[in-house]
Design a protein around this ligand. Structure first.
Ligand SMILES: [Zn+2]
Length: 164
């Protein structure tokens, strides 16, 4: 939860890709699922290691030691965080990114992301560096009606992307 010291620390790289890591990743997937999030970072469970999981298009992605290697364009979308239920705000993010990471077995891979997937990756990588979205939001949204409107607009853009 916001306010806990662990969320302000810079996390360390994973060096050993063993069953301890797999249990952590499985825990993270389960927690994200249970709370209906689109992403989760290890420090949100109090583990200061560079691991994130993201759900996109009903697919679960695992990134160990993720590094964003390329950013292009801009998008501004409403964001929230499982560590701070009820807080929402607009954040500027790159429209497109490339990311390098390891899978849970230690194999390196590179992938591209855009739209909400890119936002989720940026949000979770920020967590690994002790940054939370309220630090960089340019506008927080408290008004219930405005919030619902913003979420609907975001989901519409998400669905449109899904059809392509
Ligand atoms: Zn978060």
């Amino acid at each position: 939860m916001f306010g806990e010291a662990g969320l302000r620390k810079k996390c360390r790289d994973v060096e050993v890709f063993d069953d301890k890591l797999w249990v952590l990743i499985d825990d993270m997937r389960e927690t994200m699922d249970r709370f209906g999030g689109v992403g989760l970072a290890a420090p949100q469970l109090g583990i200061l290691r560079r691991v994130i999981v993201i759900e996109d298009d009903d697919l679960l992605h695992e990134f160990v030691n993720p590094v964003i290697t390329f950013m292009k364009g801009k998008q501004r979308e409403i964001e929230g965080c499982l560590s701070s239920p009820g807080e929402w705000g607009y954040v500027n993010r790159p429209a497109k990114i490339k990311i390098k990471a390891h899978n849970r077995y230690g194999k390196e891979f590179e992938t591209e992301a855009d739209g909400v997937f890119a936002i989720a990756i940026c949000h979770e990588v920020d967590h690994l560096n002790g940054i939370i979205f309220t630090d960089i939001a340019d506008e927080m949204v408290d008004d219930e009606e405005e919030l619902e409107k913003a979420k609907r607009a975001r989901n519409r853009r998400r669905k449109k992307k899904r059809k392509v």
